[in-house]
Design a protein around this ligand. Structure first.
Ligand SMILES: *Cc1c(COP(=O)(O)O)cnc(C)c1O
Length: 451
């Protein structure tokens, strides 16, 4: 065991050390070589060292170097050394984090991490929370709590009776709601098309002048960090109007909520603490390994009511029981890495990570604008949208940049036009990486413009 783990640590270290010297996307040859995995399942056992060797030799080269310093695709963080190391140790522990009895350490670290997170986000200390796979499941978990609370008010037990015959609930979302929230709505029986969509302003924020009159029973879904622009819905006003009408306000803050960790950026999150539930990701901006998200609910009773399952053998002790806060029973101990990341960074380190990424995004925007390209969003957070004249040219620049391999940016469609999307989310990115990536983008854009 020891030799195997040591050798694996060696392989993993080498992988990370060489990550920034290779192209961000795997080469065509490396992807081709994945065919070597296509063999019948062996009849006989394979030595663990050989299993690892095969995985490294075929697998490592066919990864996307998204843990590297110049990956600006989607909203993908890297992995902090402390979080990766914690992940390895927790892997060795092999804890089932569902029950306190099964893992006091996993359960305890959930409590500590949750307390720290609520504090970092400026949310009520008494809120409940659960550790899930990502913002999709965090949205799902929070909306299940909302569904419970709203229907309980009308005397309907949704966990027992389901939605058939229940009083209909209105769900209000912004025009630019994230697809994962719509998916959560459909999983919960709300239907993803049976929603009221509030038109957006040019940054993708809900327009208050077109916000509907709210009457019970309603769930209003606010977004903190639009996935293209990074814009925040006007939470103070929305919460006030929604609560006046007796609605539940849920916040999808997959990455945007983390702005609260920076004194310089916290103003973006003003009013979010007035909501009733909040979903966020840890694998994006906290830079912990996949998969990791957090669901937080102001009144923990609604969360546990929606998530409770009981059986005689599931002994519940007089402590916070992890499984009463999430959809899963057995699961890995995600809070271990979250705790390790927060412990490692401290408040100042976390603020610095968020601020640095936002500063780099601003630098990208300035450099692109100075070269004459159109930056399509107000860069207030870590997201930059840029267009290179027309849709075709923009798509060509994205493809050429991805092929070039210096850095990786994805594409999107913003208000009907093709755009390149730059998201700066990694702890490891340096100023030098930004200058090098900016130079590559400008070089490629210029070449494409001259074609
Ligand atoms: C990424 C993202 C999600 C989905 O998060 P997953 O971790 O992929 O499940 C939801 N909402 C927003 C705004 C996001 O950026």
């Amino acid at each position: 065991m020891r030799e195997l783990l040591k050798a694996t640590a060696e392989r993993a270290s080498l992988y990370l050390e060489t990550l920034d010297d290779r192209s961000l996307a795997p080469t065509i040859e490396a992807v081709e070589r994945l065919k070597n995995f296509d063999v019948p399942m062996p009849e006989q056992p394979t030595d663990p060292a050989r299993v690892l060797k095969m995985l490294d030799e075929l697998g490592s080269a066919a990864t996307v170097a998204s843990a590297g310093r110049r990956y600006f695709g989607f909203v993908v963080g890297g992995v902090l050394p402390a979080a990766l190391a914690a992940n390895w140790l927790a892997g060795a522990w092999d804890q089932c984090a569902g029950l306190y009895t099964l893992s006091p350490v996993a359960a305890h670290l959930e409590e500590v991490a949750l307390k720290w997170l609520l504090d970092v986000f400026g949310l009520p200390a008494e809120a409940g929370g659960g550790f899930v796979t990502g913002a999709t499941m965090a949205n799902f978990t929070c909306l299940a709590a909302a569904r419970h609370a709203i229907l309980a008010k009308s005397g309907w037990d949704v966990e027992a009776q389901g939605l058939f015959g229940a009083p209909p609930i209105t769900v209000v979302v912004g025009e630019h709601v994230h697809v994962s929230l719509l998916k959560a709505l459909s999983l919960l029986g709300f239907g993803c098309e049976r929603v009221v969509r509030v038109p957006a302003d040019p940054q993708g924020r809900m327009r208050l002048d077109l916000f509907p009159q709210i009457t019970e029973p309603t769930i209003v879904c606010v977004q903190a960090g639009e996935v293209n622009t990074g814009a925040f819905d006007p939470a103070t006003e929305i919460c006030a109007r929604a609560h006046q009408g007796g609605a539940w306000v849920h916040v999808d803050g997959a990455f945007g909520l983390w702005a609260a960790a920076s004194p310089a950026l916290a103003h973006l999150t003003t009013g979010l603490h007035n909501a009733d539930s909040w979903a966020t990701d840890a694998h994006k901006w906290l830079n912990v390994p996949y998969d990791s998200g957090i669901a937080m609910v102001r009144d923990p009773r609604h969360l546990t009511a929606a998530m409770t399952a009981n059986a005689a053998y599931l002994v519940h002790v007089d402590k916070r029981e992890p499984n009463l806060h999430v959809p899963e029973m057995s699961r890995r101990a995600r809070a271990v890495e979250i705790w390790a990341a927060l412990m490692n960074l401290g408040r100042s380190g976390l603020a610095d990570l968020i601020e640095r990424n936002c500063r780099y995004a601003t630098r990208f925007a300035e450099g692109l604008s100075a070269a004459g390209w159109s930056v399509l969003n107000e860069v207030a957070l870590n997201q930059v949208l840029v267009s290179f004249h027309d849709d075709d040219a923009t798509r060509r620049v994205i493809a050429a940049l991805q092929a070039d391999g210096t850095c990786w940016c994805g594409g999107t469609v913003w208000r009907g036009s093709a755009a390149m999307r730059i998201s700066v989310s990694s702890w490891a990115t340096t100023e030098e990486d930004i200058e090098r990536s900016l130079a590559a983008i400008l070089r490629i854009a210029k070449a494409e413009a001259q074609r």
